[in-house]
Design a protein around this ligand. Structure first.
Ligand code: PMP
Length: 358
C-alpha cells in the first residue's frame, strides 16, 4: 500500500523487484559466476589502506575516466567522452533527467531491459514499445517506420538484448542511427553484455552525435557488487550528463577499484571466453530437450520457453534459481532466462531440467 504522498501516476507502478536467496545456485540475474582473482583483491586491499576516506571523492572521477578511455583504445576517444555512474543504471537515470521532459516520448522494444520502462514511468514520460517478431528480433523497417511516426526524443536499444540475447545486426544499427539523426532522436545502445559478443559499437560515437553507448563493470568484469558503469558519447552529451548527476555519485572506493580492475583486464576478461563456450554448450543441451524452445544468445544468458508448470519452484527444489517473467505480454508467457554459471552449476541446471521434463 503506497503512502498518501506518492504521485498519483505511480499508484499502479510496478518497481523492479528481486528476491535474495542466500546459498542458492544463482542463475537469475546475469551475474558473472567468477569472483575476482585473489591477487586483484590483494592489490585493492593495499590501495584501500592508502585511500583517504575523510574527504569527498573526485566529483569528476577523472583518473577512472582516463583509465576507461585508455582501456577502450578508440582513436580520438578520451576522458572527455566518458561519464561514469553507480552502475550503468544510474547513467540511464541521468539520461532521462538530462534529456526528457514530460512532453517527450521514449521508445524501446517490448521485451528488453525492464528498467527502461521503470525509468519512463518514474520520469512520467510517454513511451512507445517496439514489437519484437516471433523470432524475438526487431524488424528494421518497423523500427524506421516507428521513428518517423512517433519521432521519439529517445530510443533505447540493448545489444545484446536482455532478456532475449539477440543482437541487432550492425548494419541495422547504422540505418537506425542515420534515420534517428534525421528525426532528432537520441539513441542509447546499452552494451551491458557487449563483451559476451566480443563486439562494441562505441567507436560510432565519433560519427553520430546522437549516440550514447552504455557499458558496465557488473557483468564481464565480475563487479556487480561494486556498482560501476559508464557511458561513451560526444563531449557535449557527456557534459550534459555530468551537469545533472549527484556531485559525488561514484565513491572513492569504486573509483579506485575501477582503475585497478582495468590494470588486470586481461586476467579478468579471460573468463569471458569460458562463459561464451559454456553458453554454447548449455544452448545445445537445451535445444535437445523436446519441451524447451531456446533461442541463440550473444550474452551470458539464454532465453527459453517451456510449458512445464511451476518450473521456477521445481528448479528451486534442486537449489537453482533462474528468472521467470510476469506474462505482461504474450511473448513472456512460459518464458524463462537462465544465466550461464560455472561448469558444475550449468551441469546441475541441465540435469535438473532433464529430470523435471522427463
Ligand atoms: N543494462 C542492462 C541491459 C542490464 O541487464 C543491466 C543489469 N541487469 C544494466 C544495464 C545495469 O547494470 P549495472 O547498473 O549493474 O551497471
Amino acid at each position: 500500500m503506497p503512502s498518501r504522498f506518492l504521485r498519483e501516476d505511480l499508484a499502479s507502478f510496478s518497481p523492479y523487484s528481486v528476491t535474495y536467496l542466500p546459498g542458492i545456485i544463482k542463475l537469475d540475474a546475469n551475474e558473472n559466476p567468477f569472483e575476482l582473482p585473489d591477487e586483484v583483491k590483494e592489490e585493492i586491499k593495499t590501495e584501500f589502506m592508502k585511500l583517504p576516506l575523510r574527504i569527498y571523492p573526485d566529483p569528476t572521477a577523472l583518473k577512472l575516466r582516463v583509465a576507461i578511455a585508455s582501456f577502450l583504445n578508440i582513436e580520438n576517444i578520451d576522458e572527455r567522452h566518458i561519464a561514469v555512474g553507480n552502475g550503468s543504471d544510474e547513467i540511464l537515470q541521468y539520461i532521462f533527467t538530462a534529456f526528457l521532459n514530460r512532453d517527450n516520448l521514449v521508445m524501446y522494444p517490448n521485451l528488453s531491459f525492464e528498467m527502461f520502462s521503470v525509468f519512463s514511468q518514474v520520469a512520467g514520460v510517454r513511451d512507445v514499445e517496439l514489437e519484437l517478431n516471433e523470432s524475438l528480433e526487431l524488424d528494421l523497417p518497423s523500427v524506421v517506420e516507428a521513428l518517423y511516426t512517433y519521432r521519439p526524443k529517445l530510443l533505447l536499444l540493448c545489444r545484446p538484448n536482455n532478456p532475449t540475447g539477440w543482437s541487432m545486426p550492425r548494419e541495422d544499427v547504422l540505418t537506425i542511427l542515420e534515420q534517428s539523426k534525421r528525426v532528432n532522436t537520441l539513441v542509447v545502445i546499452d552494451e551491458a553484455y557487449g563483451e559476451f559478443m566480443e563486439e562494441s559499437l562505441a567507436y560510432l560515437v565519433k560519427d553520430y552525435d546522437n549516440l550514447i553507448v552504455l557499458k558496465t563493470f557488473s557483468k564481464a568484469f565480475s563487479l556487480a557488487g561494486l556498482r560501476l558503469g559508464y557511458a561513451i558519447s560526444n563531449e557535449a552529451i557527456v557534459k550534459d550528463l555530468m551537469s545533472v548527476k549527484l556531485p559525488y555519485n561514484v565513491n572513492a572506493f569504486s573509483q579506485m577499484v575501477g582503475r585497478i580492475i582495468l590494470e588486470y583486464k586481461d586476467l579478468i576478461l579471460s573468463k569471458v571466453r569460458f562463459i561464451i563456450n559454456e553458453r554454447e554448450r548449455v544452448y545445445s543441451r537445451l535445444l535437445s530437450l523436446d519441451n524447451v524452445r531456446v533461442f541463440p544468445s550473444n550474452a551470458n544468458f539464454l532465453f527459453f520457453y517451456c510449458e512445464e508448470k511451476n518450473l521456477i519452484d521445481k528448479l528451486l527444489s534442486y537449489g537453482i534459481k533462474i528468472r521467470g517473467f510476469e506474462p505482461k505480454h504474450p511473448l513472456l508467457e512460459n518464458a524463462y532466462r537462465v544465466t550461464i554459471g560455472k561448469k558444475e552449476e550449468n551441469d546441475k541446471f541441465l540435469s535438473a531440467m532433464e529430470e523435471i521434463l522427463s
